[in-house]
Design a protein around this ligand. Sequence first.
Ligand code: NAP
Ligand code: GDD
Length: 336
Amino acid sequence: MSKRAIVTGITGQDGSYLAELLLEHGYEVVGAARRLSAPNHWRIEHLLDRIELRPADLLDQLSLIRLVDDVRPHEIYNLAAMSFVPASWDQPILTGEYNSLGVTRMLEAVRHVDTSIKVYQASSSEMFGKVRETPQNELTPFYPRSPYGVSKVFAHYITVNYRESYDMFAVSGILFNHESPRRGLEFVTRKVTDGVARIKAGQAETLSLGNLDARRDWGFAGDYVRAIWSMLQQERADDYVIATGTSHSVRDLVETAFSHAGLDWRDHVRTDPALMRPAEVEHLIGDPSRAKAELGWRPSVDFPGLVRMMVDADVERVARGLADAAGTAGMGAAGR
Ligand code: NAP
Ligand code: GDD
C-alpha cells in the first residue's frame, strides 16, 4: 500500500522539491495551499496532474483539522510559513500567527485526529541568531535576532513538547539556508543571480544589496528535502541540523555569481543602507555530523556548483524573456 503525505507550503521552494521526492518514492501527495486571488503554481506546474491540492490555511484551525481528517495521511510535512526574515519586522504579529501558532494549530489537528501521524516541522538556523558557539549543532543554545527567528523557536519547542507530552512522532529539522533556481526573488542568492542575468542581458546596470559581510552556510534545496524525508523514516523521532559545514560571505556569493557570467561585480554592485537589518545574523555555519551518522545524509552540491546552477537558470530564463516564470512571482515583499 502506498503511503499518503500532506505537504503544507507545497507552492514554496521546499514544498515543490519535496513533492517530487515523495512522488519518486511512490507516495500519494496532498498539497495544502491557502486560497489566493491568483494561483501561485509556477513551482509545481509540472506536478499538478500527479498531486492533489486541498485548501487549508495555518490561520484557520478547522481547515487544518478537516484536512488531516479527510486525508488521514501517514506523514505531514509542515513547511508553510512566512519565511522572509525582513518581513517579520514589518509584520511581527502575523509572523507569530503563521509560524508559531500556525504550527501549534497543525499539531493540535494531528492530536485531535490521530496521534500516530508523523509530523515534520521546518525549523531554522535563524534560531541560532547571535551564535553561542561555532559551528552550530543540535545542542547549541538559541539566540534569535528577528521576529522570524523568535517565531521559529516557539515552533521548534512546541514540536518537541507535543512529542514529549503526547508521544507523537514529531521532529524538527534545523535547516541552514538552502537555495535553488526556485528560490523566491527576495532572498539574497536569487536576488543576486537574477540581477546577474538581467545585467548580462542589458536589462539592468546595477544591483543594490545590504550587508556584504554576512556569512551563511548555503546548500541546495534538492539535497535538503532528502534529509527532511529521511527524518520521518527513522525508528526514533529526533531533531537534526542539516547544513553543508562550510560558510561563505554575501561578497563571496556576489563574486562567484558575477564572474561565472563573465562580469566584474565591482562595476555593478552598490550597497544601500536601507537594506541593512535592524539586528543582523552575522555568521551561520552548521555541524551536520548527527545527520551524516544517523541519516546517512550528505549534500551533493557545493557552494560554487549551487551558484553556477542558479546563475545558469536565471540567464536562460531572462534570455527566453520569461519574466513571469519565477520572475515576478514572489516579488511581493521588499527586497531587504
Ligand atoms: P517559501 O518558498 O517562502 O514557501 C513558503 C510556503 O508557505 C509557501 O507555499 C506559502 O504559500 C506557504 N504559506 C505561507 N503562509 C501560509 C499560510 N498562512 N497558510 C498556508 N500556507 C502558507 O519557503 P521555503 O524556502 O520553501 O521554506 C519552507 C519552510 O522551511 C519554511 O517554514 C521556512 O521558514 C523553513 N526554512 C527554510 C529555509 C531555507 O533556507 N529555504 C531554511 C530553514 C527553514 P503561498 O504560495 O500561498 O505564499
Ligand atoms: N534578502 C537580502 N537582500 N539579503 C541580503 C541583501 C539583500 O539585498 N544584502 C545582504 N543580505 C544578507 C542579509 O542581511 C542576510 O545576512 C543574508 O544576506 C541572507 O539573507 P536571506 O537570503 O534573506 O536569508 P536569511 O538568512 O535571512 O533567511 C533564510 O534562511 C533562514 C535559515 O537560516 C530564509 O530562507 C529563512 O526562511 C530561513 O529560515
